[in-house]
Design a protein around this ligand. Sequence first.
Ligand SMILES: Cc1cc2nc3c(=O)[nH]c(=O)nc-3n(C[C@H](O)[C@H](O)[C@H](O)COP(=O)(O)OP(=O)(O)OC[C@H]3O[C@@H](n4cnc5c(N)ncnc54)[C@H](O)[C@@H]3O)c2cc1C
Length: 350
Amino acid sequence: MANKIHDYIIVGAGSAGCVLANRLSENGKYTVCILEAGPVDKTPFASIPAAFGYFMFSKKYNWSYNAKPEPSIRNGAPIFVPRGKMLGGSSSTNAMLYIRGQKQDYDHWQNLGNEGWSYDDMLPYFKKSETNTRGESQYHGGNGPLHVSDGNINFPLNKIFLNASEEAGYNITDDFNNGSQEGAGYYQCTIKDGKRCSAAKAYLIPTLERKNVTVIVEALTTKVLLENKNAIGIEYVKRGKHYTIKANKEVIISSGAINSPQLLMLSGIGDKQHLQQHDIHCIHHLPGVGKNLQEHVDACVLVKSKKRDGLSTSVRGLLRMLPETIKYFTKKQGKLSNTITEAGAFLKSN
Ligand SMILES: Cc1cc2nc3c(=O)[nH]c(=O)nc-3n(C[C@H](O)[C@H](O)[C@H](O)COP(=O)(O)OP(=O)(O)OC[C@H]3O[C@@H](n4cnc5c(N)ncnc54)[C@H](O)[C@@H]3O)c2cc1C
């Protein structure tokens, strides 16, 4: 296939890639091509906030990785590692909780020598990106592409959880993003008018009207092309056919925390010894690639209850959701219009 040339090539249309495609194409000076391995986000489940659990079991919209088993965890059973695979990436499949990092973490990055990454440096960009239904304030934006809202609280257990947190002496907060996360409270979510506001909806879809943006879906990038250790293009596969695209300026890899280092390694950038084990010619020996991933653990605790005010996937439980489904599709309200993770806490623990 003949080479196409763009100024910027972005690999992965997830949270990061969608923002980059929007911002790099904004002034109209540069052509931007963004490639996504997954499909478009047209499934209705990508809009219904409470449907996020659906993607956990989807082979089409989830990379569905398993971490290497650890004998000390779950007796060595595989640990499921979900990752979104469609326009919007994990922002189209996640729980939508709007949580920035803790202030001290950004300041730590800056202290490590990363100029421009302190909390005070980041805050204007958080604000710029956000339209919060509570309005503009010291910590929140009122005019950005990403919509953040307070959901209706549907499950009484959350109120009980917050009362218990208070009783136990923990701080109760009404904003996890005001510079200090500590405490328990209800989450704000990236939801607009009862629909998920993914990075694709917020940033990428609006760029489709721009002539300088090309979006290629169901296209798996397999290699970054290097010339004298400079990235000059990529190779990708779509429906069994192989293609090459060249970049005038930059190749940006925003394929997520797992696939980004994988793509670098497939391209010959990584630990030489490790690449040799897989018969990959090492072009640039960079031992840190693919190492030191840190991920939070999600341990689900399911409890049987005689009360009928929680969520259930039993036939009866689903039938009880029927009025809610009608309410959602007619008014974008009710139990389907918010995440199912309504409250939470950030606590110091020993
Ligand atoms: C189940 C789950 C729940 C979460 N809940 C929350 C939450 O409530 N709040 C929150 O703030 N964060 C949450 N997160 C985390 C958040 O979604 C991620 O941190 C964020 O989306 C990562 O953005 P990213 O751009 O790095 O990667 P992604 O958004 O995952 O995007 C990477 C994209 O690259 C594509 N890709 C990968 N490899 C290739 C390739 N070779 N060629 C072409 N395309 C490729 C992928 O298909 C994907 O679309 C959750 C994540 C998961 C998985």
